[in-house]
Design a protein around this ligand. Structure first.
Ligand SMILES: Cc1cc2nc3c(=O)[nH]c(=O)nc-3n(C[C@H](O)[C@H](O)[C@H](O)COP(=O)(O)OP(=O)(O)OC[C@H]3O[C@@H](n4cnc5c(N)ncnc54)[C@H](O)[C@@H]3O)c2cc1C
Length: 363
């Protein structure tokens, strides 16, 4: 007799929603995670009374009312609206690109003036068929925005010159001709009151969870204890990298506590110059309108992926896409396992899409 209907590998958002769904359907579920705590990349740690996003800034946003209502079974959301600032040298700009950005960049005051400026720069660049990311960006937003706000940031993120990056990475760059600094277009947005750990704790309430357990450290035992597996780790690892490894970009986070109440006056500041080695500084208290006497900030450094590092961003080029298809073909013929989440499906996934996809599982 198998002791569990489902073994869920990974207590991140996908695993936790899948576990909740199975448990609600009366199934016997065990969740394991190799990290010492549940939550995956939305895990927070409390420092100075502030919820510190350990794996980068996380803002929940969605257009899907069912996903929003599902999450609100476990937490209420605050009214945080993401409005990042871009810093280029000593210059500050609002993001996403909107009338506030264009006013600071060119002094233009109306949508017509801004549109005309962008159009003029596009025309002057004279790029008919963009051959790389640089040409693609210039043909979308003109040279000034590209040079100050896109080039350095993108080159740091990918570790390559913009002229060596494929154009498809930025099929479009959002340009808004209104004075609206809300980064997202989704109507529903916020940060869980009590932090993301409260969401994960709610999802996993009453479910058996064992942290510090790596599936591969005792694979035979884990496979034997359950009827089926929901696997949210790397799909290539599950199949022992038999066709080769999928590529990733990594990140490195440096958290610092400062003895001052406010460091930058905003949750997210992007550093867009290439000479600055980090891409963003996050000041966590601003996600929850904190008034603590001290503050915690995080420097986010892009990093090459390698052994011992966390695989954050899939590199969705032709080689990796083809490789992933081969692993997915193995998975489709494997009745024991269901793959889900950012590593199981090898895709960048926002949190709402993760919830949506886990809720569709037939468990
Ligand atoms: C820097 C950054 C910022 C982001 N910001 C946002 C944002 O603002 N808004 C938004 O909607 N989304 C954001 N996201 C996306 C968000 O992080 C993901 O949607 C979500 O965390 C994915 O959940 P998951 O369960 O698929 O993966 P994960 O959170 O990675 O969970 C997978 C879990 O599986 C475990 N695991 C893996 N292998 C094994 C194994 N062999 N044995 C046991 N356990 C294993 C891991 O330890 C991990 O806990 C961001 C992502 C990044 C990288």
């Amino acid at each position: 007799m198998k002791r569990y209907d489902y073994l869920i590998v990974g207590a991140g958002l996908f695993g936790a929603v899948a576990a909740r769904k199975a448990a609600d359907a009366g199934k016997k579920v065990l969740v394991i995670d190799r990290r010492p705590y549940p939550g995956g990349n939305i895990r927070c740690e409390r420092r100075e009374g502030i919820n510190v996003h350990l794996y980068g800034a996380h803002i929940f946003h969605t257009s899907n009312r069912a996903v929003w209502d599902f999450a609100r079974r476990f937490v209420e959301f605050n009214h945080y609206v993401n409005s990042p600032i871009a810093r280029y040298g000593e210059e500050l700009y609002n993001l996403p690109f909107n009338m506030n950005t264009f006013y600071a960049m060119w002094g233009v005051k109306t949508p017509a003036e801004a549109a005309a400026m962008i159009e003029r720069q596009r025309r002057e660049a004279g790029i008919a068929e963009p051959r790389n990311l640089e040409e693609q960006a210039i043909s979308l937003v003109g040279t000034d925005i590209y040079r100050k706000l896109v080039k350095g940031y993108t080159e740091k993120q990918w570790g390559r010159d913009a002229t060596e990056l494929p154009a498809f990475i930025i099929r479009r760059l959002p340009v808004r001709l209104t004075f609206n600094n809300n980064y997202f277009n989704d109507p529903l947005q916020g940060i869980p009151i009590g932090g993301y750990n409260a969401l994960i704790d709610g999802l996993l309430d009453g479910i058996e969870v064992r942290c510090g357990e790596d599936f591969f450290a005792d694979r035979a035992r884990w496979e034997a204890c359950c009827e089926r597996i929901v696997f949210t780790g790397r799909i290539d690892a599950y199949y022992d990298y038999r066709f080769g490894e999928l590529e990733y970009r990594s990140l490195r986070f440096e958290h610092r506590t400062l003895d001052l109440p406010d460091f930058q006056g905003n949750a997210v500041v992007n550093y867009t110059a290439r000479e600055v080695p980090y891409t963003r500084i996050i000041e966590h208290k601003h996600f929850e309108f904190g008034t603590q006497p001290r503050t915690v900030i995080t420097y986010e450094y892009p990093d090459a992926y390698g052994p011992g590092k966390e695989p954050y961003y899939p590199v969705n080029d032709a080689r990796n896409t083809a490789l992933c298809e081969r692993y997915k073909a193995l998975a489709a013929a494997d009745p024991k396992v269901i793959f889900g989440g950012r590593l199981g499906e090898y895709r960048y996934y926002d949190m709402d899409k993760v919830i949506e996809s886990a809720l569709k599982l037939e468990l």
